[in-house]
Design a protein around this ligand. Structure first.
Ligand code: SAH
Ligand code: TYD
Length: 405
């Protein structure tokens, strides 16, 4: 039993993944016996409909000066954030607008505002990725955003006409402080626009690997509506996105200041009809997750018995949940190929599978590539035509476990 971070109601878990390491905590062998683990369990609050982790490690264990996630490793995401930025620019009617981004990482989104000469500020607590943004000329403050920081920005720079965030809101357990900070910092006619992986897609695709330490919340339109209503704000539009396995973009304003799109009520109704407000749906999800684990393990054992080589593709944070929950070891997956320098020559959290540069994948194609970065499938498949031509096969597990022929 735990207390809901949004409405204070007491709620209980529906799935228990066991003990998990820090999902982005790639490590060297000297650290193996000091590795930190915590219990990964998820619950559903039937009062405000928020799905959330029961327990989350301390934020300083996840976001620091050695953070392994650099947003700009995907060309598709660069294009996505350019178009996100363009749509925000289209909403900024006034002269000399000010845009604040929360969780701006290496500047993947703000570089577009910077190039357009728009006043901006990135808020990014992980010092190494914040530094990478600064090197691109993006103004970045290396802090955790909360109500206190919002007051400071307001005092020093004035109110923001747009506050934007991608894959940030779902990371923050102190969401009330964030939303209250947004309410204070946002100008009266301003908008907040943010997107995160969508609960509906996670349930539909059994993408349980979206569940790991950093993702403390799994949002639906109804839970976001509940949260912002508590702070005198409202959703004025919702726009589904096809990135990160299915995301939802929420447009928020101060209550009564802008017209509300009929899409909001339509999506909330759809969520009710598909059972996102009912505990049974999550119990059913749990059974599908257990089945997915069985199938993936059976498949990996089968191909290894046949003497085939399997290499992981993309050392995603999501893959930490899959590897540890399924018990995938280096006997099953020889190494994981990843283009991020900071992850290379280290080992995956918990499962301790070596992470190697992409060149190692290309130099000697395996028989099977296990697609951990499935959310970038179209970008990767387009890039890896030669692998298939050479007889290589992809193993995927979202939405179901199979070999792509
Ligand atoms: N927006 C980027 C990065 C998402 S990862 C993208 O979509 O690719 C989440 C980022 O949020 C990390 O860079 C992390 O350091 C940062 N973060 C975590 N807590 C935060 C907080 N309270 N305020 C601002 N950023 C935060
Ligand atoms: P991503 O799925 O974006 O996020 P998360 O860590 O939140 O689950 O991570 C993609 C990872 O895959 C990242 O480490 C970079 C790597 N990658 C490649 O190695 N090659 C590629 O072609 C792409 C697109 C990503």
């Amino acid at each position: 039993m735990a207390q809901c971070r949004i409405c204070g109601n007491v709620y209980s878990e529906f799935i228990d993944f066991g003990m998990m390491p820090i999902a982005n905590g790639f490590l060297v062998p000297e650290m193996f016996n000091k590795e930190f683990f915590y219990p990964l369990k998820v619950g559903f609050c039937d009062k405000c409909t928020m799905v959330q982790l029961i327990e989350q490690p301390d934020r300083d264990m996840m976001f620091h000066d050695n953070y392994a996630y650099f947003s700009s490793t995907s060309a598709r995401m660069m294009t996505h954030f350019r178009s996100f930025a363009e749509s925000v620019m289209g909403m900024l009617g006034m002269e000399d607008p000010f845009v604040v981004e929360l969780g701006s990482n290496d500047g993947i989104m703000l570089q577009n505002f910077s190039a357009a000469g728009i006043r901006h500020l990135g808020v990014e607590p992980s010092a190494n990725v914040a530094q990478s943004a600064r090197e691109k000329g993006i103004e970045t403050t290396c802090c955790f955003f909360d109500q206190e920081l919002a007051e400071k920005i307001l005092k020093e720079r004035g109110s923001a006409n747009a506050i934007i965030a991608a894959n940030l809101m779902c990371h923050v357990p102190y969401l009330h402080s964030i939303v209250e900070g947004v309410r204070r910092l946002l100008s009266p006619g301003g908008v907040m626009i943010f997107e995160d992986p969508y609960l509906g897609d996670i349930i539909d695709k059994t993408s349980y690997d979206q569940i790991y330490d950093e993702h403390v919340f799994f949002f639906s339109v109804s839970s976001i509506q509940y949260l912002f209503n508590m702070h005198g704000m409202e959703i004025i539009d919702v726009i589904p996105q096809d990135v990160h396995g299915g995301s939802m973009r929420y447009v928020i304003s101060h209550k009564g200041n802008r017209e509300v799109s009929p899409r909001v009520a339509i999506l909330i109704k759809k969520e009710q009809s598909r059972g996102l407000n009912k505990r049974e749906s999550f119990e059913c999800f749990r059974r599908k997750v257990e089945l997915s684990r069985e199938k993936l393990l059976a498949l990996l054992h089968k191909v290894r018995k046949e003497g085939k080589r399997v290499v992981g593709y993309g050392a995603t944070s999501k893959s930490t949940t899959v590897n540890v929950y399924c018990g995938i070891t280096p006997d099953l997956v020889e190494f994981i190929s990843d283009t991020t320098p900071i992850k290379q020559s280290k080992y995956s959290p918990g499962a301790h599978i070596p992470v190697r540069p992409y060149g190692d994948f290309k130099a000697r194609y395996p028989d099977y590539a296990l697609l951990f970065a499935w959310n970038h499938a179209s970008e990767i498949m387009a890039k890896e035509r030669l692998f298939r031509k050479a007889g290589g096969k992809w193993i995927v597990y979202v939405p179901e476990v199979k070999v792509l022929e």
